[in-house]
Design a protein around this ligand. Structure first.
Ligand code: NAP
Length: 271
């Protein structure tokens, strides 16, 4: 019998998830159906319960429901717990398991596709919204020697690292704290690129040979990537690989098989 999955969000029409998971299923010979569901802003939990009652096996969750998804999970992975956000739910016989695959998706894209080491590197994460919170633990687990989180509203960045307690190399604040620091890896998790806005990064932030990574995808060379190139970043990447890799990790969580990411990336880029 065909197993049903879905992505829940509001809005949801733009989602690439049905295309990604349908392709993964074809590649891995898995019999699944995957749809996009527009949940009412005040009716996420009921919409998920109805999907589960109708035989659904699991869901992805996107804006603005990632925190509500945390609340309806009976059990959480450590990375979801630390992020205080869930993007994947699996409906098991004994309850709902919640996970957050955004961070492993990012780490896999940087390490495996781009071939850039995170272990021992100085990492700067820009932004403190939903996307940033999911990637902190995976970046630390990947061995980042220093992780600085800078946000336009500094308190939000400080809040994000509170669950980690005092930890050597982990700092948060506003953009002002970046003066005289340089990083091997600069990750833009703000939505500034969506409105073509520059971030106030001081000169010298990009170390020689550094990677500038914008989580935004489908926008070509974003303002952040163009600025980074001008300021000396050696490698540039958008966030398409993260999108595909986080989806692949969700698929693995549900189906127990890991799809091959490369052909799906090529399909999305229209190669
Ligand atoms: P969000 O929760 O709305 O957070 C937005 C963040 O951007 C906040 O930290 C906000 O700062 C900051 N920001 C917005 N405009 C800014 C500006 N002009 N200057 C400086 N900072 C600005 O959004 P999100 O869910 O974290 O998503 C962020 C981006 O990541 C989106 O563009 C999304 O498409 C992308 N994303 C990609 C993937 C992927 O798989 N590739 C996954 C998740 C998200 P304040 O706190 O000061 O408001």
């Amino acid at each position: 019998m065909t197993d049903r999955y879905a992505v829940f969000g509001n809005p949801i029409a733009h989602s690439q998830s049905p295309r990604l998971h349908t392709e993964f299923a074809r590649q891995c010979g898995q019999d699944i159906a995957y749809e996009a569901i527009l949940a009412p802003l005040d009716g996420f939990a009921e919409a998920v319960a109805a999907f589960r009652r109708s035989g659904g096996k699991g869901i992805n969750v996107t804006v603005p429901f990632k925190v509500e998804a945390l609340e309806i999970a009976d059990r959480l992975s450590e990375r979801a717990q630390m992020a205080r956000a869930v993007n994947t739910l699996r409906f098991d016989d004994d309850g709902i398991f919640g996970d957050n695959t955004d961070g492993v998706g990012l780490v896999a894209d940087i390490r495996d596709r781009l071939g850039v080491d995170i272990d021992g590197r100085r990492v700067l994460l820009l932004g403190a919204g939903g996307a940033a919170r999911g990637v902190i633990l995976p970046l630390l687990e990947a061995g980042a020697a220093a992780l600085m989180i800078a946000n336009r509203t500094p308190e939000r960045a400080v809040e994000l690292i509170a669950p980690y307690g005092v930890r050597a190399g982990l700092h948060a604040g506003g953009f002002g704290m970046l003066a005289k620091h340089e990083f091997d890896l600069v990750i833009n998790a703000t939505s500034a690129s969506l409105s073509d806005q520059s971030l106030p990064l001081p000169q010298g932030v990009f170390a020689a040979g550094s990677l500038a990574y914008d989580m935004v995808y489908g926008k070509g060379t974003t303002r952040f990537l163009a600025d980074a190139r001008e300021q000396g970043a050696a490698l540039l990447s958008d966030g398409l690989g993260m999108l595909v890799a986080q989806a692949a990790e969700s698929f693995r969580l549900w189906r127990g098989v890991m799809p091959d990411i490369a052909p799906v990336m090529a399909m999305l880029r229209g190669d």
